[in-house]
Design a protein around this ligand. Structure first.
Ligand code: KG4
Ligand code: ZN
Length: 346
């Protein structure tokens, strides 16, 4: 029988704990401190760390209860040891070490971003031999060639400045929408014309192919939106916010999907997994689904509750490395706020 893995996520503002055996999810509990940050218009690391501290033990207990297991049944502990906020990571890693030491079970410190990909195995089953993965969130925008989720992940490119979700949040603020702006911009975009304004598509010119074929940049786009809105206001015209949102969202989705499909062709990959909180974005989902169908690429996007930060993604990756018999992490591991995406397990 596959090992019963308890996974702990605490990289940002969600405390997540899940139990997984093989690719079967037995329980998944998430406590979020998002409401405590909303009034500040951004995550406050100190507040997030304290919230993790308060939520950790009740969340572990709740996950065990829902799975119908006790701590004694757990065969391995997995924890996201990076990348993320140092204070937040420290709470999860400390809890995981205490459990591993107390239970005498192996500890696996795994990469949060790769967890966003691994979680899809709980939903759509084992990955084929090679997949492409687009991980998009408030903190990340990375294109990964996954030869093996437990051992061989290659980062083809990433954002050089803002993450996709971050750009949405900034445009949301610009348009006077509540924080976090991403989902509000998405909603507003449905009422606008995506072709109304020709916003720039960064790093998509022929000259960018040599060095930045798979990198992204969204800060120039965000500035272009700001300038466009300012010019409109300076002329005394009412800002057509729905058209701005729709044209901005179309530019982001276009760049993400164009580069991802190019990578699938270049590396001969027939399956794409999209993960991370921004994969809730409907413009990205529609564009990716339509263009993958045209290109004959299978697209796998987990349901939204598995795309935002959660414990299941960490338990899923822990299960993949534990089942593979990989060497567990030392109990002396630290947290790595900028863990490279080629590191699956520390
Ligand atoms: O992965 P996630 O939950 O948190 C981390 O950043 O780790 O991602 C949340 C990000 C936020 O920036 C949020 O505004 C954005 O994803 N987001 C969206 C949508 N839903 C969430 N952006 C655009 N459209 C959405 N529907
Ligand atoms: Zn995340």
């Amino acid at each position: 029988m596959d090992p019963l893995v308890l996974g702990i996520e605490s990289t940002c503002d969600e405390t997540g704990v899940a139990l997984v055996r093989g690719n079967e999810l037995l329980a998944d509990v998430v406590a979020s401190s998002m409401d405590e940050h909303a009034r500040f218009g951004g995550i406050v690391p100190e507040v997030a760390s304290r919230a993790h501290l308060e939520a950790m033990i009740p969340t572990i207990e709740e996950a065990l209860a829902r799975a119908g297991h006790s701590l004694a049944d757990v065969d391995a502990i997995a924890v996201a040891s990076g990348p993320g906020l140092v204070g937040s990571l420290t709470v999860g890693v400390s809890a995981a070490k205490a459990l591993a030491l107390g239970l005498g079970k192996p500890l696996y410190g795994v990469n949060h971003v790769i967890g966003h990909v691994a979680v899809d195995q709980l939903v759509h089953g084992e990955f084929p031999e090679r997949i492409m993965a687009l991980v998009v969130s408030g903190g990340h925008t990375s294109l990964l060639l996954v030869n093996d989720i437990a051992t061989d992940v290659v980062e083809l490119g990433h954002t050089l400045d803002d993450a996709a979700g971050e750009a949405f949040d900034k445009v949301g603020r610009l348009l006077g929408l509540p924080y976090p702006g991403g989902p509000h911009v998405d909603k507003l975009a449905h009422q606008g014309n995506p072709n109304a304004i020709a916003f720039p598509r960064a790093l998509t010119k022929a000259k960018d192919q040599a060095r930045h074929a798979y990198d992204f940049s969204f800060s120039g786009l965000k500035t272009a939106v700001a300038r466009w809105v300012e010019a409109c206001e300076a002329d005394g015209r009412e800002v057509p916010t729905a058209d701005v949102a729709a044209s901005f969202a179309a530019a982001v989705a276009d760049v993400l999907v164009t580069k991802t499909i190019q990578a699938c062709h270049e590396y001969g990959v027939a399956t794409l997994v999209v993960g991370g909180g921004f994969s809730a974005n409907s413009q990205l989902r529609e564009e990716a689904t339509a263009r993958c169908a045209e290109a004959g690429i299978e697209i796998r996007i987990p349901p939204i509750r598995f795309c935002t930060d959660n414990g299941a993604m960490i338990a899923a990756l822990g299960s993949a490395v534990a089942t593979r018999g990989m060497t567990p992490s030392a109990l002396s591991i630290g947290v790595d706020s900028s863990m490279p995406l080629t590191t699956v397990l520390v």
